[in-house]
Design a protein around this ligand. Sequence first.
Ligand code: PEP
Ligand code: MN
Length: 337
Amino acid sequence: MIIHLKANVTEGQRKRLTRKLALLGAAIYYSPGTGDRLLAAIGEPSRMAQADPGKLPGVERVVEIATPYKLANREFRPENATLRVGPLSFGGKKIPVIAGPCSVENRTDLLALARIVRKAGATLLRGGAFKPRTSPYSFQGLGEEGLAILAEARDETGLLIVTEVMDTRDVDLVCRYADVLQVGARNIQNFNLLKEVGKAGKPVLLKRGMMTKVTEYLMSAEYILSNGNYDVILCERGIRGFDPATRNTLDLTAIPLIHHLSHLPIIADPSHGTGHWRWVSPMARAAVAAGADGLMLEVHEQPDEAFSDGDQSLLPERFRSLMKELKPIASTIGRQI
Ligand code: PEP
Ligand code: MN
């Protein structure tokens, strides 16, 4: 349940309420930015009903949350979460663009590409050092060497780093280099990993799984939030459809839908969402028009030679034009790129 406290609630009243809820086994979470006047009490429903907090002094009203996700529900945080990553924010007026190769392949190419995407207007650099590949014989990523290359690119360009962590054992390592931890589509229900990144103290970019329903998606976010990390960015990256004409079906409806259900920012990844560079720019434009709070785009100087996802990687020139095309679309809906 969500409990709204009165503006004039006293410390004594607040303590009495939280003691009572805690005795009944509730975990208590405060909604950020509400001066601790909006809190969620999460516990076994019948015991929560016993607490009957609506009758306690200092309580303005109680809202029952029908969805299984509580902290990800907009009721817990009526205003959109504006999530800060260094000087940037997700969920505000400005729409950050995360660009870079699918995998970090080598130092020279990564640094060159970082300069290119930065010049074109990206503010975050992506690149996998730990790659979740369908085949064990495919390139698996450079591991820590790749992370160090990303960190060097950040030092040189100022771009913030988004990179995937696949394993609970690597969370500390990736945290030492990354600004945002990416949890990939294949790990959407790796609950141990979700708990671990929930404790990591870094923003998490949580990609939707290829077969994840919206409720399941928000439940995965809930794992991170309930472990103390409210800095979660969602990412629609396409779900598996029936038609092999595209790699995935980019579910743009998920953007307004999740904005309605949740306070969490949601970005779009039309590269994985479509699987082919030809469809990336139109879907990136459509995602911005649909209200995406950011974009993730794969870019490569020689897509034919890419170690992974070359087909869906934009050439620098296309990326530059796309960045220009996005500006008027963003401004039409009162945002900025
Ligand atoms: C990626 O970002 O390169 C990636 C593997 O994404 P996803 O988890 O969405 O497939
Ligand atoms: Mn990729």
